[in-house]
Design a binder for this molecule. Structure first.
Ligand SMILES: NC(=O)c1ccc[n+]([C@@H]2O[C@H](COP(=O)([O-])OP(=O)(O)OC[C@H]3O[C@@H](n4cnc5c(N)ncnc54)[C@H](OP(=O)(O)O)[C@@H]3O)[C@@H](O)[C@H]2O)c1
Length: 327
């Protein structure tokens, strides 16, 4: 089969397309004929550092949409020909290939009315946004949320889910993305390149602060976020934790949530992996029912993935890039 491979840890421009043997499903696994695969920051980040579990040549690619074409032993919930999508295991070969292997308990049916590229745009960012809103922050209609990086994958899906939950949504983005984040459902956008974000949040909330924050930017931003929360507020950190020395007990009673979507696999937690399938099902139904925007910025070919990952690493891609592997 054709696959994009890494010879050793490195930057995306070192990956190349080569022939690899077709993988065979083991106990509890299914083989997927990959139709489309989504690109994520995790691809270039982990490519650079590698992982202990990897053997080379290695195949990346976490977000797969495709069709089951072979089944391992003890798989009872799926059959050959089922169309599925999922967020895969970082420690196993991925979907930058014509075929890949998935755990049968961690995959979900392809959402209704979605193409394979649209479905492949969803898992990593969409499931993360879903996990933050429905497993971590638990905000109620009318409460306020600050979503950092509203033009990105995680931020864009978070805005759309927060709009369904009827939250009051503030988001940070640069000037060129203001119309975009408003269309996704943001109530108010803050241009982080020009405006003082904490001052704007204080102004918009009459000094109270927000009930929830999704921080996609990093530890410094998460630390600043602590000061923007209202009493009892919570911050979900997807790209680094805040400086805990800035928190005090019996003060604003804040919660800090660490988010590690792929940790379900890396920590070998079967229930958490099954929850990825449940999130896939629930999120897919929401996308279909509310016709959420899968935010496909670009559909590329397998050969174009290295260049697209370089662009993604510059952190100004709007929405999602997906590679179509088969027609
Ligand atoms: N922990 C987990 O399980 C998990 C899961 C998924 C993702 N992540 C991480 O979450 C982060 C976000 O991922 P992503 O998929 O949304 O892609 P991304 O590439 O980080 O997002 C790109 C967007 O970020 C915006 N942006 C860049 N710098 C910003 C800043 N300082 N403030 C506000 N917005 C900024 C850009 O908008 P403008 O062009 O308007 O600036 C761009 O549209 C990544 O670091 C990723 O690795 C973690």
């Amino acid at each position: 089969m054709k696959a994009l491979i890494l010879e050793k840890p490195g930057t995306p421009d070192t990956f190349y397309v080569s022939e690899m043997p077709e993988p065979q499903p083991d106990d509890g696994e299914v083989r997927i004929k990959v139709y489309a695969v989504g690109l994520n920051p995790a691809d270039y980040k982990f490519a650079l550092r590698g992982m202990k579990a990897w053997t080379y040549p290695w195949i990346l690619g976490l977000d797969v949409a495709g069709v089951i074409d072979a089944i391992g032993s003890n798989v009872t919930n799926w059959k050959i020909g089922d169309a599925v999508y999922y967020h895969g295991n970082l420690a196993k070969p991925g979907g930058f290939a014509e075929y890949t292997i998935a755990s049968s308990h961690a995959i979900a049916p392809l959402p209704k009315n979605l193409s394979f590229p649209e479905a492949a745009a969803l898992p990593c960012s969409g499931f993360t946004a879903y996990q933050v809103l429905h497993r971590k922050l638990h905000l109620q209609a009318g409460q306020t949320i600050l979503i950092h990086g509203g033009a990105g994958g995680v931020g864009g899906f978070a805005i759309q889910l927060a709009a369904i939950a009827q939250l009051n949504i503030f988001t940070t983005c640069s000037a060129k993305n203001v119309d975009w984040v408003r269309k996704l459902g943001a109530t108010h956008s803050i241009d982080y390149t020009l405006e003082d974000v904490p001052a704007m949040v204080a102004k918009l909330t009459h000094g109270r602060g927000v009930d929830g924050i999704i921080d996609t930017v990093g530890s410094d931003s998460a630390t600043t976020g602590l000061g923007m929360l209202a009493f009892g507020g919570g911050i979900a950190c997807v790209n680094g934790l805040p400086d805990f020395s800035q928190m005090r007990s019996f003060g604003k009673a804040l919660s800090v949530h660490d988010v590690a979507l792929g940790g379900a696999y890396l920590e070998n937690d079967l229930q958490a992996q099954q929850d990825l399938a449940q999130i896939g099902q629930a999120f897919g139904e929401l996308v279909s029912r509310y016709q959420l925007n899968p935010m496909l910025d670009e559909v590329i070919r397998l050969e174009d993935i290295p260049q697209a990952l370089v662009r993604l690493s510059q952190r100004h891609v709007r929405g999602k890039i997906v590679a179509q592997i088969q027609e």
